[in-house]
Design a binder for this molecule. Sequence first.
Ligand code: NAD
Length: 256
Amino acid sequence: MTANASTPRVALVTGTSSGIGEAVVRHFCELGHQVLAVDFNPAGREVAERAGAAFFQADLTDGEACRAAAAEAIKRFGRVDILVNNAGIQHVSPIETFPEAKWRQIIDLMLTAPFLLTQAVWPSMRESGWGRVINIASVHAQVASPGKAAYISAKHGMIGLTKTAALEGGGQGITANAICPAYVKTPLVDNQIADQARMHGMEEQEVIENIMLKNAAVKRLIEPSEVASLVAYLASDQAGAVTGASWNIDLGWTAQ
Ligand code: NAD
């Protein structure tokens, strides 16, 4: 899993203004890939351009915006070889009071957009006879925690989408895999640490140690670059026989 020996490819990566998506864009640019970074946050433009990627602003809860992002990559680079579905948000609330609008927003962004983007780039991958779909799921695609119904449902659904894409892509040179991280040091988690500290009346360090790392064998948060390294491996030529799989980077959480 080194940052070399890779054929230059065209990649479309979503959710790139911070965190895991930003790390993936940087890693891909270092490998010499041409990258379209897609995010609804305009701050993503500077992040992308600093890494050497192009930027497309899109709110991926909108189906037309998903299709426009794929069309932009094809217009700019001629094809899409690698799709990384990464954009995501979190909302914590018990099912009893979970707002319907939040449920729909999370399912639209984290399950429907990956489906629509996969659909939109598929003909390009099929025509090249080579493609990689990499879905950033979560340890919460394997196990549940209270208060995260929409996130957990979207992530479990993403595993089903991944497996189906793997079966349909097998004869066309297209692989599909999911990555399932536990807590990664990103703004998404920083916000949760602050929220939970307030909610439980705890210090932030206590939240990390007693809640986030409670089930972890390796007692630390994951670096975004560690996830980006696995993305780069799954996107490489060497990973052509790897498909339909869920790759845990979960500090040993699901080993028990
Ligand atoms: P992050 O908040 O740093 O990044 C999420 C990105 O998605 C941001 O750039 C944000 O602007 C973008 N985004 C949000 N709504 C969007 C929309 N409507 N349209 C387009 N872009 C939008 O978070 P992260 O931790 O890097 O999360 C990336 C992915 O990794 C998510 O799917 C998340 O569920 C998953 N994940 C994160 C962790 C973790 O601990 N951080 C663990 C497991 C899985």
